[in-house]
Design a protein around this ligand. Structure first.
Ligand code: ZN
Length: 49
């Protein structure tokens, strides 16, 4: 994740879903999955916001 909107909770369901999956991957030490979620989040932010 590239920082950014740490102060505001995600206001769209897709953001919440991606963030939850990202943090779960980090917590479980699945770095490849975490990096993939970063890409997904970046793309989602560009396309949906
Ligand atoms: Zn979103």
């Amino acid at each position: 994740m590239s920082g950014g909107e740490e102060r505001s909770a995600p206001r769209c369901g897709e953001c919440a879903r991606i963030k939850a999956a990202y943090y779960a991957a980090v917590r479980e030490g699945r770095r490849a999955a975490a990096e993939r979620w970063c890409v997904v989040m970046g793309r989602h932010l560009r396309e949906a916001h």
